[in-house]
Write a protein that binds this ligand. Structure first.
Ligand SMILES: Cc1cc2nc3c(=O)[nH]c(=O)nc-3n(C[C@H](O)[C@H](O)[C@H](O)COP(=O)(O)O)c2cc1C
Length: 209
């Protein structure tokens, strides 16, 4: 009897954990707008339609474009990083909650339930975006002895720039609006995401309709 109730409890806990995370569908990595056209049309747009949510397929495609695993044999990504350190994580703030993108599993891992989009940036329109991506550096992954803070900051800026350009081009290709948010409120982000000392919030990126 005790064994059966432990088994049921385990299943319940597992179901709950799964229900809190979002398993994304496989990203669609074909098609889209021709590159030269997307480059010509890419622009910052801030007038989002409020409360229009992304489908899971759109989220999966967007996150793959951002920094997805493009070469499964090596685990390398759509965005280049110094020494292939892959030292920037993408957190996603949606209406339902904030999540960490786990690229290996293609899962959005729940960090906290609730709508925190309007607390990420200083400008009001950020809260209207369907998704606010937050690029966060994990300094434990920049593994070079004696590396200066200046170099760390430079590598963080270039990598988050590479990711954000991918997102801007994807958004253009899908007729979405997007704006990079340099004016993030770091103290809010640290609190909401429960970031540790080695995790540095770099940029936000609001994407929507
Ligand atoms: C690093 C960076 C930070 C930015 N931060 C903000 C921001 O906080 N708020 C905002 O409205 N736009 C922000 N932008 C968007 C720029 O204002 C925009 O890219 C610029 O005006 C050029 O317009 P375009 O993207 O249409 O070419 C940022 C862009 C970059 C690259």
């Amino acid at each position: 009897m005790k064994k059966i109730s432990t088994f049921i409890l385990t299943i319940l806990i597992m179901t709950n954990i799964t229900a809190q995370n979002i398993q994304l569908p496989k990203p669609q990595t074909e098609g889209g707008m021709p590159l030269m056209e997307a480059l010509k049309k890419r622009e910052t747009k801030r007038d989002f339609i409020k409360d229009k949510e992304f489908s899971l397929q759109m989220l999966s495609n967007l996150l793959w474009a951002a920094n997805g695993i493009s070469r499964p044999e090596s685990g390398k990504r759509t965005a280049p990083s110094a020494v292939n350190w892959q030292h920037v994580d993408i957190f996603v703030s949606l209406k339902q909650g904030v999540f960490l993108m786990n690229y290996e599993k293609n899962i959005l891992e729940l960090i906290k339930k609730g709508d925190f989009r309007s607390q990420i940036g200083q400008q009001d329109f950020v809260g209207d975006a369907s998704a606010v991506l937050i690029y966060v550096s994990d300094r434990t992954k920049m593994l070079r002895e004696g590396m200066s803070d200046e170099t760390k900051v430079f590598y963080e800026a270039t990598y988050s720039g590479n990711i954000s350009q991918n997102v801007g081009l994807f958004a253009t290709s899908e007729n979405l609006k997007n704006v990079i948010i340099g004016s993030i409120i770091k103290e809010n982000i640290i609190k909401i995401l429960n970031l540790k000392e080695h995790q540095k919030p770099l940029l936000g990126h609001a994407v929507g309709y």
